[in-house]
Write a protein that binds this ligand. Structure first.
Ligand code: T4K
Length: 374
């Protein structure tokens, strides 16, 4: 079995043609306008609204600040029920807003927040549910909305992995009060760094726009304790050039997904994570679960061997957020409350997924995964 000559990363950013980007840079140079809602920003906001069919969309300098602002815009406080199986940003934005995260266990198949376990965590202090469409797998949006309606709670979705996802033809950001997308370079669609909020309530638009610009209303009026969440022109220009490449990249990734699935589907002890019926796949990640007992090796064994052969698969999301020292003393962080999340964190492995991978790369990666079993 051969080692890869250079590292195979878990992902690689879509890079537009430099000449195309330069054309936008020339416009920026000409205008001498670098931030605060310039022409590139205006152009990208419109292009994205059309692309993902969003009623309202606000661009941000990254997904984390966007999520921070979403929480501010809905005036959330007290406690918010959320998943521990996610990237640190999801929970940290609650802490930065002085809100106590309350960890709820996850659905063992989708790995998103388990709606059957949410209500037991609701107290007089609960103001919202914060779900994550992890790996682009949609949360149980109907059930979550029913719970929220019964208890007068807001619903926010971290849709960082779910760009272009639809559920029975409905864009994913149609669900909940606000959804956040990340446009980090590791994301399928990216702006170098960046993010966006998408929401149905047009009345929120003005408040969100103030909040992301220091709360400034006019030269002489600052009406809210806002932050600097603005996307700059260089980022927006990158986005304008990456957006036309998304569909063909998704098609390439979809072929790679099929190939991995074909090669790994009948292997005892390996489960492939799939989006549910009726869902379009964002093609953000390709993840498997390694069941130690039936596979005969742990996820960490497989991860370690892949590294030896220069394959940089990632253990997204290990460790669980509830195990971080800053959250582990919360009563909802107890292990017995989070059994499914614990198993997922120990078993999931994200394999390299990006359009430039070729057939021989995929078969070699699978061969490395299975080599111990032969
Ligand atoms: N919510 C969720 C559920 C998220 O997953 C994230 C971010 C957020 C919220 C926050 O959104 P942002 O504020 O970031 O917009 C990466 C990303 O930094 C992070 O954005 C992402 N989730 C997370 C899942 O992955 P790391 O620590 O794994 O990044 P890093 O530097 O190890 O990059 C991973 C691989 O990507 C590298 O091995 C190679 C490749 N890469 C990376 C970069 C930055 C490139 O080829 N080029 C690049 O420029 O977190």
């Amino acid at each position: 079995m051969k080692q890869f000559d250079s590292p195979i990363m878990v992902t690689r950013p879509l890079m537009p043609k430099l000449d195309h980007y330069k054309a936008n840079l020339e416009e920026i140079w000409e205008s001498q306008w670098l931030s605060n809602g310039g022409a590139q920003h205006v152009g990208l906001e419109k292009a994205l609204k059309d692309y993902i069919i969003a009623p309202n969309l606000s661009l941000f300098n990254n997904g984390t600040i966007a999520l921070m602002t979403a929480i501010q815009s809905l005036r959330l406080q007290g406690e918010v029920i959320t998943t521990p199986f996610t990237f640190p940003a999801t929970t940290h934005v609650l802490a930065w807003n002085d809100i106590t995260p309350v960890f709820c266990d996850i659905d063992p198949v989708r790995l998103t927040i388990d709606p059957t376990k949410i209500e037991r965590h609701i107290t007089a202090k609960t103001t919202a549910i914060l779900g994550v469409h992890v790996y682009g797998i949609p949360c149980h949006v109907e059930e979550i909305q029913n719970i929220a309606d019964r208890h007068g709670l807001k619903v926010i979705y971290d849709a960082a992995h779910a760009f272009t996802t639809t559920l029975n033809g409905v864009p994913i950001a149609d669900f909940g009060d606000i959804s956040m997308f990340s446009f980090h370079p590791t994301k399928l669609f990216h702006t170098g760094e960046g993010g966006a909020l998408v929401y149905n309530d047009t009345n929120l638009k003005q408040r969100i726009e103030y909040l992301k610009n220091f709360g400034i209303k006019s030269e002489e009026e600052v009406i809210l304790p806002g932050i600097n969440g603005k996307m700059g022109e260089l980022q927006a220009a990158m986005g304008l050039n990456v957006l036309p490449l998304v569909r063909s990249e998704q098609a390439k990734r979809s072929k790679i997904r099929s190939l991995y699935s074909e090669l790994l589907s009948d292997i005892e002890g390996i489960t492939i994570l799939k989006v549910p019926e009726g869902t379009t796949n964002s093609e953000q990640y390709f993840c498997i679960r390694v069941h130690q007992h039936s596979f005969g090796e742990s996820r960490d064994d497989v991860y370690g061997r892949l590294r030896l052969y220069n394959v940089m698969a990632r253990k997204y999301f290990y460790p669980l957020i509830s195990d971080y020292p800053c959250y582990s003393s919360l009563s909802s962080a107890r292990s017995e409350n989070l059994q499914e999340a614990k198993s997922a964190a120990a078993e999931v492995l994200c394999l390299p997924l990006y359009g430039a991978l070729v057939y021989s790369d995929i078969s070699q990666i699978v061969e490395i995964i299975l080599s111990k079993k032969k």
